[in-house]
Structures are given as C-alpha cells and as structure tokens.
Design a protein. Sequence first.
Length: 370
Amino acid sequence: MVCGEMVRQNGNRGKMNFNKTFHNKKVFLTGHTGFKGTWMTIWLEMLGANVKGYALKPETPSLFNYVKGNLKIDSVISDIRDKKKLEKEILAFQPDFIFHLAAQPLVRESYKIPVETFEANVMGTANLLDAVRLLKKECVVVIVTTDKVYKNNESGKPFKEDDPLGGHDPYSSSKAAAEIITESYRLSFFNPKEYSKHKKSISTARAGNVIGGGDYAEDRIVPDIFRALSKSQIINVRNPKAIRPWQHVLEPLSGYLTLAANMKKEPQKFATAFNFGPKLKDVCTVEELVKHAIKTWGKGNYILENQKNAPHEAGTLKLNIKKAKKELHWKPKWNSDVAIGKTINWYKGSMTKGSDKFELCIRDIEGYLK
C-alpha cells in the first residue's frame, strides 16, 4: 500500500478539533502548488476532503512535485488573474469550502514586479470573490493574507485585527488592499446579517512568517539557510536584528482549518478577520533563527550582509492572537525552538538516500496532532 492510499483510507489520520467537518466535502484550494498550499493539500486529504487545486505551475524544485504522486487532488494549472477560467473551475466544482492561498508572496520580489504583485494579490482576490457571488449554494471562504497588512510604525506593539491597514512595500500594500476588497464584498454581497439569502461566510486570516520543510523559494531565510548548509557554504544574513513572528507552517494551517470549521457551524459569527501567530514571548530575531538552525544542522557559519542600499523591510512584526484564542479556542502548539528544529530536521531527512518527502510531511503533521 502506498502512502497516499494509506492516508485516503484512514479517516482518523489528521484529525484535530475539526470532527468530520471536511470529510467528503469539496474544498477548492488556490495556490495548491506552493509551499503552504502543498502542506494544506496533504492535511486536507488526511481529513478526507475532496480537493481541487488552482495555481500556477510549480517551480523547480518544489514540494508539490515531490509529493504529487501520493495525492489525488484535481490539479488545475492556471493563473488567478484569469477571471473567466477561475470562475469556470469554481462553478463546475461547486465547493463547500474555499481556501484562497494563491499570491505573489515575496516582499523583495514585489519591488521588482510591483504591477504583477498587485494584479495577483488584489485582482486575483477580487476575481475569486466575484466567482463566489455566482455560487448558488452554501460556501465557507477563507482569504489568506499576511501579518504585513498592518500600517507599521515600528512601535513594537502587537497588531490587533482592528488596527489600521497599510503597507510600505508593494507586497504588504497589495495584501492590505486584498483585505479591503474582501471587506467590501462581505458588506456588499455577503453581509452576515443577510446570510439566509446568500449562504456565504467570508473571513480573512493573517499569519506571520511561516517556516517548515519543503520551502525552496528564492530570497527566503530558511530556504537560503538550507541551500547554504547543504553545500557547506556560508549563510548570508540580511536584517539580522529584524523580529518576526516565526511559526511552523502547520500552525497557521491549523488556524485556517479551525476558522473554517467554526464558520461552518456559525457562519455569521466568524465572518471576520483573525490573526494566527506565535505567543508574544516566543518571537525571535533573524540572527537567532540562523544560530538555532546551524546548531540543529550540526555545523555551519554565517556572515551579515551589507544592506546599505537594500529595499525597505519591516524591522519588527508582532501579532496579537487573543481573538483567535478566545473565539476559536485556537493557540500555537510549537514554540520557535521546536518549529526551527522540526524544519531543519525535515531538510536533513530529505537529503537521506531514499527519503520520502511525503512521509516526512505526514510525520510532522502527526507529530503536531499529538
């Protein structure tokens, strides 16, 4: 029996506090070929969901390409900016749930391609919500944005869901715009007070800096660490004192699933925004993350880059997660030490001859559920 079959046949694997919310339900997942999207696909299939993905062709290397043979997902390779195609796929599938993860997700890349970033992150979100307007059935929709949607004055104060939105760089502002668009659609077309008419519950989920095995993106700190350590090269570190709400990828994913499950039960109450991040005392700097990664790997060195002419990036990002704790009864399970350790050990395990990256993901999900 191959691993994928084992996951599909065992309905109890992947169970958290979702009961059977997603079992035999249709879940439309945008961005399924990305790092977070692939982990989400694996978990949803463990929960017995029927998943249809919509995303760009995966990059090389990618976690999706490594594990897709173990998945039964209906994978549509297309652009979120293609309104007619997106609408066609959503209406043909008739989903019970939609998780919108597709995006141009990199801050520094957004300086290089600002217009494309706005097209994907702003109009892509509008395209999806407009397609939902045409659905004639009940549907739960979770729009995933970022902790960077807040107007950051570098005060160090943890952001709450009702704090002002903003964004210095194109990526951050595009995600803030996606939040505003979602709020507009929610009030104009999916108003919770009129749920009995439209049957749609729309929320947004704001997560911090996500790490985990299988991320191979350029210009992200953990993939950069892995590439350097695996080749016995020195790690180049920019913004070493920058503080980020690091969290393992399974933390926000559990938040999205928990949020969707609650929306299914009480669609009017939970049609709003939620932060998902680590405990406030658990945030650490970029340099601290690098040191921990090297210690876990067993060897390695790093140098601090000269960032004299580098584009602006936020110095401090912290999220207030009291709302998720109180209303969703969600809280982070793995602190930063565990998250970094799990991540680096995933990469180390993936380099072992004959290693199975799908089983490495299953191992981490099951470890998280314990």
